[in-house]
Design a protein around this ligand. Structure first.
Ligand code: KIV
Ligand code: ZN
Length: 385
């Protein structure tokens, strides 16, 4: 099994979600939970962006021991110096440098030629390497860049001292097959590639961030960059919990594993949702309220007989105590009987049939029935637990 590093960017790209602003204390609280979750790298912020961000990165860098802490920086001495000030006392100072490599970004945003971008990339990596033991370098908008130019600039920054190379799909544009092919192309065409770890960083504009990240793993990526609950710029980033659980559940296919303590996932998701104010949609994979809720009678019956009929992930794996059999108009007799038993009632079978008919007519009037509704129904029938 290959080990995949998990690089969490909830506190940097995640905080770039519209409407999200975390205080330095809140960032520290999330960072400590990410450390408990066992992420390999925490991207704590963008130190040159503001004094507040620099201070938050510094606090996190000094408090976190078992994850590596990093900060983002553009290819400028000012950014690298600000990152060094924030990270110099961390257990393993690591900088995340980036520069755009696509024609669109180089022409309109940077207003630089490819040769100038290459020079800036190399000189910034050299400057950073004089301070940081680990330099990660990202080719912003890599997926809309010219592949031959991407390979050339990578080879140069590796020679200058970068030891992790990230290939971001900055605008969530690529498809899983193309992203996989890009990793394979780079592995075959960058001569010194064996000296570095390759990283994937995917955005979700077309809803493909997790699929793209997994395609990168299939094609040799050593690190996945992601965020809790998939929060992040625009439609967000690849969601950590989905990537991590997919790698665990389908380890037979991916032949890869992470070091995460998956039982911390639910707690981490709830904390991030609470502190960012970004609600988790109920149908969100792994961490949504409905992710382990079975509604239809056929499914409930199957799960009561054998959980693996309709559950590929156990709730316990991600730190939840149980699944739930939601009572509604699709529920069957089997789940209804189970609920009554859990409430402490043991009616005779013909009574259950009578109650079940009434329960069904109630369910037609209400979307979801609560334990209180069932309890009231039983009391109406003069039953006692
Ligand atoms: O999406 C992106 O390209 C980024 C880089 C700064 C790594 O977040
Ligand atoms: Zn990003």
């Amino acid at each position: 099994m290959r080990k995949i590093d998990i690089f969490d960017t909830t506190l940097r790209d995640g905080e770039q979600s519209a409407g999200v602003m975390l205080t330095s204390q809140e960032k520290l609280e999330i960072a400590k939970q990410l450390e408990r979750l066992g992420v390999d790298v925490i991207e704590a912020g963008f130190p040159a962006a503001s004094k507040g961000d620099q201070e938050a990165v510094m606090r996190i860098a000094q408090s976190i021991q078992s994850s590596s802490v990093t900060g983002l920086a553009r290819a400028s001495k000012r950014d690298i110096d600000a990152a060094w000030e924030a990270l110099k006392y961390s257990a393993e100072p690591r900088i995340h440098l980036f520069i755009a490599t696509s024609p669109i970004h180089m022409t309109y945003k940077l207003k630089k030629t490819p040769e100038q971008v290459l020079e800036d990339a190399v000189s910034s990596v050299r400057y950073a390497k004089e301070r940081f033991p680990v330099v990660q370098w990202s080719a912003e908008d890599a997926c809309r860049s010219d592949r031959a130019f991407l390979a050339r600039i990578m080879e140069n920054v590796i020679n200058a001292g970068a030891s992790v190379i990230n290939i971001p799909d900055t605008v969530g544009y690529i498809s899983p097959e193309e992203y996989g092919r890009l990793f394979t192309y780079l592995r075959e065409n960058v001569r010194n590639i064996h000296q570095v770890k390759l990283s994937a960083h995917c955005h979700d504009d077309l809803g493909l961030a997790v699929a793209n990240s997994l395609a990168a793993v299939e094609n040799g990526a050593d690190q996945i960059e992601c965020t809790i609950n998939g929060i992040g710029e625009r439609a967000g980033n690849a969601s950590l919990e989905e990537v991590a659980v997919a790698l665990r559940i389908r380890s037979d296919f991916y032949q890869a594993q992470t070091n995460l303590a998956l039982q911390e996932i639910s707690r981490t998701s709830q904390l991030v949702s609470q502190l960012t104010g970004m609600a988790v949609p109920p149908n969100k994979a792994v961490v949504g309220k409905n992710a382990f809720a079975h509604e239809s009678g056929i499914h409930q019956d199957g799960v009561l007989k054998e959980r693996s009929t309709y559950e590929i992930i156990t709730p316990e794996l991600v730190g939840l105590s149980s699944n739930s059999l939601v009572l509604g108009k699709h529920s069957g007799r089997h789940a209804f009987r189970e609920h009554i038993k859990r409430l402490g009632f043991i009616p005779a079978e013909d009574k259950i049939n009578e109650l079940f008919l009434q329960f069904k007519s109630l369910a037609d009037k209400k979307k979801e029935l609560t334990e209180e509704d069932v309890y009231a129904l039983l009391l109406d029938h003069h039953m006692r637990p």
